[in-house]
Ligand binder design. Sequence first.
Ligand code: NAG
Ligand code: NAG
Length: 221
Amino acid sequence: MGKVTFMFCTLVIEMAILWGYANAQEQVGFQNLCLGNEKTTRLQVFVQDELGGENPTVWDVARSNITSTSPTSFGQVRVLDDLLTDGPDRNSKRVGRAQGLITSADLQVSALAMNLNFVFTSGQYNGSTLCILGRNPLENQYRELAIVGGTGVFRMARGYAITSTYSYDDETSYGVLEYNIYVAYITSTYSYDVETSYGVLEYNIYVAYVDASNENMQSLN
Ligand SMILES: *[C@@H]1O[C@H](CO)[C@@H](O)[C@H](O)[C@H]1NC(C)=O
Ligand SMILES: *[C@@H]1O[C@H](CO)[C@@H](O)[C@H](O)[C@H]1NC(C)=O
């Protein structure tokens, strides 16, 4: 019994030390990330919105009791996994996916509450994501959504996206949406490798660079 108590205490102490150490490193890594250069860019992507057809990429998740009688489909929740392309044509270069939830959330006019992740799967942004939130008033030609964050290359991203309907085919329920994204993000001062996870190990490597010499730092630019 005494031995068990002793081992338990040791474990608690070791964990406390390790936790404090990892936490301090995380903080240093985060501080260094924020000291990096902020970069701005404009991205133009097209969302291939297949509401019908043989392989729809938008599906109903839930409906409220009043959805069927509501003029704005209030309470309809849909999930989507739409193809992102670099041009309006569905056969344009594939750049990623738009994934998330859209909810009809206005009792008066058609407007969606959007909760989307743009997941890039090619080019310099491969493996990075942008998080997009906001109100999408469908009756307006241009709708503005907020870029509230990102991962990978887009760490600490903020900005906005202007979206408009490029085309919509009633017969096939196929829509193409244009997104012009204006985003500022922090470029970290070490090279970003999509094959490694964004874990503590990555911060450890970064801290080692900082401790060694500033000349070893690499920019993403
Ligand atoms: C919604 O409709 C169902 C089925 O008609 C009913 O059982 C339920 O009480 C309704 N809920 C509300 C909140 O009105
Ligand atoms: C994107 O990154 C993944 C994972 O590293 C890789 O397998 C894939 O080939 C890359 N795609 C392109 C188009 O570069």
